[in-house]
Design a protein around this ligand. Structure first.
Ligand code: NBG
Length: 836
């Protein structure tokens, strides 16, 4: 590699004003800034710099260009005392790599690429260096990140509040077909995108007890005497909107032990004790819980939730008072969105801050609290609904428990007034579950303390009002609404699929990037064979790239002519990766019975992490790899089927997977997937969907047109009916020869080197209970897959369908979703940030 030629003393550039080096966007200026940063920030010069040094130098160069937007933004919000600020509270923000996205949003991808090239380096290589902040599990955390992008792009004043986990979601390795979890040390080499703000530290209390007292005016008050105190230090990451001057902030909190904390122990000679206490305190923000859609009631998790929520609310109050406002107006200046129940303790915390710390009356405080919060529900799965044992709650947050009891007392009185003589409703709706050991029900707290409650896709929102939150819907139907999820086209089309982006922009201009509905204009070209052939070439090129990457990672080679059939998402029984496997084994069985049979060559690509404690999910990963080992190496198959498990699925990988997919697997049992968001990203990039009528699939199919979607399986209502009438999976095994053959092959040990017990747990669950109705949907799925293969034979038809999918996915931009939140819940308006 050639080393960059210039550094701080290039005579040609010496005349640049200092400020210009920090903000200028010309290629020459960027080159100068790049070497400057290498020298002054990294303390390196080109000859001894590593690729990572170059990456960091470039990241700082880009950050410089973000900073003045950011400072202008903050200044504008502070000066104009008016604009309402949206605060998005989320325990997870799955940001993905920052550099590429910032280049896109700044509109300087091309210049920077040239500047880097002229410095003898390659931008792609530098982008590869970035460790992504994996501060989320899956869809919920990624949604929060997409929403931050849209908030800034739409120029809505916003702050994202969350946790700065030292270790994000684990890295996944595969050993002998099994998942192995490796600590994600994403901060190891520094994080150039964040700025610590130690001056904005806040104090968070834990444990202890409460005591009543009379204040100066003789009023009854409560004071919380904590057992210990933790400091919350904010780390800020600027989130720039697409080609606007708005840069909102993502403020993530880190727990630190207060200085004074260890003094006493230290003076007594207990050096170890003093340091240990510090370690324990700082554990709060050490690690992200790697469970998706389950809640375990672990103390540290409640500590994390309370910690970041209290930090954030105290921060909001500080900002509010600094803007010269009174607390009575708090709800007019802040809209706080609860991303699932994880931050719902905020309702009790805001009450505590207003009543205990700011001496407000209960009723006035409640009025403000209810109008401040809104709650998004992301799941109907009962195992995901958070509840905390009352004992744990009271030892950690004694004052909050009192407040929750008081909220509950008043709430249940209102329920009693409305529904006379309905005690079972009272116990169903109570914030406290008293059916056995007593628990605080966080979803109930969220419903009672919010003025708006939304689900994340039409079907999901309907099911919420009919099942999980039915009582709350009956009590206050006006609170409920649907806001279907969306994803950002900046990251998931412009950055991920540059070939498609330039084809589209060449045809219809670049307006689609900010107004995705204009992709509809592409429909006019669906009949144009030249355009179709361009479109198809792009898919092929993307498939070639992915095949190259897969071969590097797994040594499995894929022919890009094969149908790329992809399922990437967390591994979960309800998502039914194993239904996909049953289909693969069905095809394999066909070939083995009749090796000459005609078959459309397919590459089945899987990716996704399993929660470390979720045995079935881990067994599914092993199963995928085991089937791959047999199928990929069987001479009869002649390479026509390939099965790949791509380890360590994350945002970076996702960006090269979506553009290369022919077929998107969205095959959850109807009624179980709240929305899904990968379904949107695949379809935007021209993948056809095979799916059930679940989550947002319903709306994707509506938009794409029924004829451009492969539908199979029972509908949500039928699933419930089938369960109610008594479901017997074994009947399907007995009556369906193909299914039986598949199950028998698994049981024979064919995929487990003769060990007929390895996959028993999976098969047993299917044969006995099959809670996610794989057997009931099996035939419909296989038949539908046959239609997929047949359609793929007609490449021209396939390309047309694919193109129409891209053209019709405008609805699923996160910009649309954010506009709906602004209009329907937050009542927030855009604020223009000027360049200066
Ligand atoms: C997930 C749902 C997905 C949905 C995302 C984002 C949780 C609790 N829920 O279907 O399973 O797309 O949230 O809304 O992670």
């Amino acid at each position: 590699m050639e080393a960059p030629g210039t550094h701080a003393s290039d005579p040609q550039l010496d005349s640049l004003p200092a400020e210009e080096v920090r903000i200028g966007l010309a290629v020459e200026t960027l080159k100068r800034a790049f070497v400057d940063n290498l020298f002054y920030v990294q303390g390196k010069f080109p000859l001894i710099a590593t690729q990572n040094d170059f990456y960091l130098a470039l990241a700082y160069t880009v950050r410089d260009r973000l900073l003045h937007h950011w400072i202008n933004t903050v200044e504008t919000y502070l000066k104009q005392r008016k604009p309402k600020i949206v605060c998005y509270l989320s325990a997870e923000f799955l940001l993905g790599p920052q550099l590429g996205n910032n280049l896109i949003n700044l509109g300087i991808y091309e210049q920077v690429s040239r500047a880097v090239e002229e410095s003898g380096l390659n931008l792609k290589d530098l982008l590869e260096q970035e460790e992504e902040p994996g501060l989320g599990n899956g869809g919920l955390g990624r949604l929060a990140a997409c929403y931050m992008d849209s908030l800034s792009s739409l120029e809505i004043p916003a702050i994202g509040y969350g946790i700065r986990y030292e270790f994000g979601i684990f890295d996944q390795e595969i050993k002998d077909g099994w998942q192995v979890e490796i600590t994600d040390k994403w901060l190891r080499r520094g994080n150039p995108w964040e700025l610590p703000r130690p001056e904005a530290v806040v104090e968070i209390k834990f444990g202890g007890y409460t005591e009543a007292y009379l204040d100066d005016r003789g009023s009854y008050r409560v004071r919380w005497i904590p057992a210990h105190v933790v400091n919350g230090v904010p780390y800020d990451t600027p989130i720039l909107g697409y080609k606007v001057h708005t840069a909102n902030v993502l403020r993530l909190w880190k727990a630190e032990a207060p200085e004074s904390f260890d003094f006493k122990a230290f003076n007594l000679g207990d050096y170890y004790g003093a340091v240990n206490a510090k370690v324990v305190t700082e554990n709060i923000t050490k690690i992200l819980y790697p469970n998706d859609e389950t809640s375990q009631g672990k103390q540290l998790r409640l500590e994390q939730q309370y910690f970041f929520v209290s930090c954030s609310l105290q921060d909001m109050i500080r900002i509010h008072l600094r803007r010269g406002k009174s607390l009575e107006e708090f709800h007019e200046m802040f809209a706080v969105q609860l991303n699932d129940t994880h931050p719902s303790i905020g309702i009790a915390e805001l009450m505590r801050l207003l009543v205990d710390e700011h001496q407000m009356d209960w009723d006035a405080a409640w009025y403000i609290t209810e109008r401040t919060f809104a709650y998004t529900n992301h799941t109907l799965l009962p195992e995901a609904l958070e509840k905390w044992a009352v004992g744990l709650f009271s030892s950690l947050l004694p004052r909050h428990l009192e407040i929750i009891y008081e909220i509950n007392r008043r709430f249940l009185n209102a329920v009693r007034l409305k529904y006379l003589n309905d005690p079972s409703r009272i116990s169903r709706m109570s914030l406290i579950d008293e059916s056995g050991e007593r628990y605080v029900r966080m979803a109930h707290l969220a419903c009672v303390g919010s003025h708006a409650i939304n689900g994340v896709a039409k079907l999901h929102s309907e099911l919420l009002t009919e099942t999980t939150l039915r009582d709350f819907f009956e009590l206050s139907p006006e609170k409920f609404l649907n806001i279907t999820n969306g994803v950002t086209p900046r990251r998931f089309i412009v950055l991920s699929n540059p070939r498609l982006s330039s084809l589209v922009t060449g045809k219809i201009g670049e307006g689609w990037i900010k107004d995705l509905e204009t992709l509809r204009k592409l429909e006019a070209f669906a009949g144009d064979p030249d355009f179709r052939s361009e479109f198809k070439k792009i898919k092929q090129a993307n498939k070639q790239d992915l095949a190259f990457y897969i071969e590097k990672q797994t040594s499995i080679s894929l022919n890009p002519e094969m149908l790329f059939d992809i399922q990437v998402k967390r591994i979960h029984e309800y998502k039914r990766q194993h239904l996909n496997l049953l289909h693969i084994i069905t095809l394999y069985d066909r070939i083995k019975r009749e090796p000459k049979t005609e078959i459309v060559p397919r590459a089945f690509i899987f990716g996704g992490k399993a929660a470390p404690g979720y045995f079935m999910a881990k067994l599914i990963i092993k199963f995928i790899n085991a089937v791959g080992e047999v199928v990929n190496n069987d001479a009869d198959v002649r390479g026509r089927l390939k099965v790949v498990f791509l380890p360590d699925y994350n945002v970076k990988q996702a960006q090269s997977i979506y553009p290369a997919a022919d077929l998107s697997e969205q095959i959850s049992t109807a009624g179980y997937e709240a929305s899904g968001t990968s379904n949107m990203k695949f379809a935007m990039n021209g993948a056809l969907t095979i799916g059930t009528l679940d989550g947002a699939n319903v709306e994707i199919r509506q938009e794409a047109g029924e004829e451009n979607f492969f539908l199979f399986g029972l509908e949500a209502e039928q699933v419930l009916a089938r369960k109610a009438e008594g479901y017997h999976p074994r009947d399907y095994y007995d009556s369906n020869l193909r299914l039986r053959a598949v199950i028998d092959l698994i049981n024979s040990g064919l995929f487990s080197r003769g060990d007929s017990t390895l996959f028993r747990p999976l098969v047993d669950v299917l044969m006995r209970y099959d809670p996610y109705l794989l057997f009931a949907d099996y035939q419909s799925y296989v038949d539908c897959q046959d239609r997929v293969s047949e359609t793929y034979l007609d490449q021209d038809k396939w390309t047309k369908m694919s193109l129409l999918n891209t053209a019709r996915m405008g609805k699923f931009s996160s910009d649309r979703a954010i506009r709906e939140y602004c209009r329907g819940i937050w009542h927030a308006e855009p604020v223009k940030i000027s360049q200066e």
